[in-house]
Design a binder for this molecule. Structure first.
Ligand code: A2P
Length: 257
């Protein structure tokens, strides 16, 4: 078990039948960059059962936070959804991931595109003061099927907007754009359509997508990631990685079960 830290669950919040979030203690030796993920999970019959989870907490916070789906027959999430305060979870010692500022070329506007629990790495990044230093504007888009699935993000944004230190940065630079695809809501439609038709930019009153100024991070539904990549590449955007910075980055490590 030495590849893992054993952490204690501090709180669990259920948002919908399919979504929950939880916080846990953080070993002081566990370091990560905001936007990264680690392998986390449970010890089942003496063996670790782990999946990739982005940290939703920022690296300056003393505890860890995760945002997860619940799948009734999902090997890990069917069990993880029953955790309670005081339970032990396993957290891999090594954090990694592509959604980090250094993988992007310098830009003026940062688009954070997420669906479902793909919001998690951006929950971490929008708490990072360096992100606000690096960009003039940050647009956080969160797409879900139903309005109820937006609750975690809406609550987070409310909390951060009221934060003594981060609040003014959010108010000055962050635009939050939740969108729903399968029931009525003030913003409707898939992220890909909202970008290709310019509706997102019209709605927020900012200029359309621009290779010169925009940098993009994406996390969420694999179909959304594929289609968004196609859309961006058709406009000349190039994918960045650890060896070469680009115009956009995609997180492929994503728990679906
Ligand atoms: P839709 O309801 O039109 O399928 P999921 O729950 O399947 O992971 O989807 C989360 C969100 O991502 C939903 O709003 C869904 O829209 C949207 N989505 C699914 N596939 C794509 C895609 N290929 N491009 C853009 N958005 C997508």
């Amino acid at each position: 078990m030495s590849a893992f830290h054993r952490e204690q669950v501090l709180s669990v919040q259920h948002w919908t039948d399919t979504l929950f979030s939880f916080t846990a203690t953080r070993d002081p030796g566990f370091r990560f960059l905001n936007g990264q993920f680690a392998m986390i999970g449970l010890e089942i019959d003496g063996r670790p059962l782990l999946r990739a989870y982005s940290m939703a907490s920022a690296n300056h916070e003393p505890s860890l936070e995760f945002f997860s789906i619940k799948v009734a027959d999902g090997a890990l999430t069917s069990r993880l959804q029953t955790i309670k305060q005081g339970d032990i979870i396993l957290v891999g010692r090594k954090a990694t991931g592509t959604l980090i500022a250094d993988n992007l070329l310098p830009g003026k506007r940062l688009l954070l595109l997420s669906t479902g629990t793909g919001l998690a790495p951006f929950a971490s990044l929008i708490k990072d003061p360096e992100v606000y230093e690096a960009y003039e504007t940050i647009v956080l888009v969160h797409g879900c099927r139903q309005v109820s699935e937006l609750a975690y993000g809406e609550r987070l944004l409310q909390r951060l907007t009221g934060d003594e230190f981060l609040g003014p940065l959010l108010q000055q630079k962050l635009v939050y754009y939740p969108t729903v695809t399968r029931e009525p809501f003030r913003n409707r439609g898939r992220i890909t359509d909202l970008i290709s038709t310019d509706r997102l930019f019209d709605d927020i009153g900012l200029p359309a997508l621009d290779l010169e100024t925009d940098r993009v991070m994406m996390c969420g539904s694999p179909r959304m990631l594929e289609d968004s990549r196609d859309l961006l590449e058709a406009r000349g955007f190039q994918e960045g990685n650890h060896s070469e910075a680009g115009h956009f980055v995609i997180e492929k490590a994503f728990v679906e079960r």
